[in-house]
Design a protein around this ligand. Sequence first.
Ligand code: C5P
Length: 302
Amino acid sequence: MITAKAGAKINLVFQVGQLQPDGYHPVNSLYQELQLSDLVSIEKGVPGSGFSIEVTTEGLPSRHINSVPKDRTNLVYKVAEYLFGRANIPLLDLSVTINKQIPVAGGMAGGSADAAAMLVAVNEYLSIEHQISRLSDQDLLEIAKEFGSDVPFSFCGGLAIGQVRGEQLTSLPALPFETNWVILISQEGLSTPSVFARFDQLGGGTQFRDLSQLPRNVTELAEIMTNDLQEAAISLLPAIASNLHVLEDLGALKTIVSGSGPTVIGLFESGELANRAVEQLRNMGQFALTTRAGAGGAQLQR
Ligand code: C5P
């Protein structure tokens, strides 16, 4: 069995421009990888078993597992089809298990993380099982762009500026201080295209800033955090606004919607304060967890 992991992302800054003729919006994003990760495992299935996807979790609400497609629409299938096709090997019996920790349809690039982990896992599988030479990281990064705007970042990870659709990355050094996040997961999901469409209706957006000047401490980070999609996400799902307030009341230095939502994130001054907030949220019947900044991108799990 070959297992690869890839982390969730948050957009510390997410600026969005006007809809372009190609149906996408230019973005100016400061992406941060989180330690919160999905694991994708692949192994040869018994002959005749075909391509199968199983999804497991340790703790996400069942809605998240049930809403992951198990058929050929899942990005992990598309990634396998692409890499097997490129190697000229028929994609027959392959069994895939996705162990999810990243909320589904939550604005944290869970599907993109699975695609990025699958790129790494299949690259290794083809080398071991079929003696195909491994593709370089540079090749895999180019291929990642075919599968969605966030897949290249999920592949590279760390801290990076994402421009154009988000896929044009400039890697940055890690923030020079610890960040403690509380992730508050919504009862419902939101589809990314519908949030962008509402953003168009509302006519929002802000002047793009230079994101290369990094914050030097947690207070400066709190000051720069912003998300141009937040208003659109709240207008589709008003419960997001109360989730933001709940996190503020629990002591977050700053709260924002993650990406296209509906997950909301709070930046806390210490791990202890973040843990205490999660405990209180769970007592209120909310689903929340803590995590920190991650690094290293999609990688084999040895
Ligand atoms: O690239 P990806 O498949 O993740 O994008 C999903 C949808 O999100 C796109 O079809 C588009 O509607 C919207 N999107 C956008 N501008 C971006 C990224 C995504 O409008 N920069």
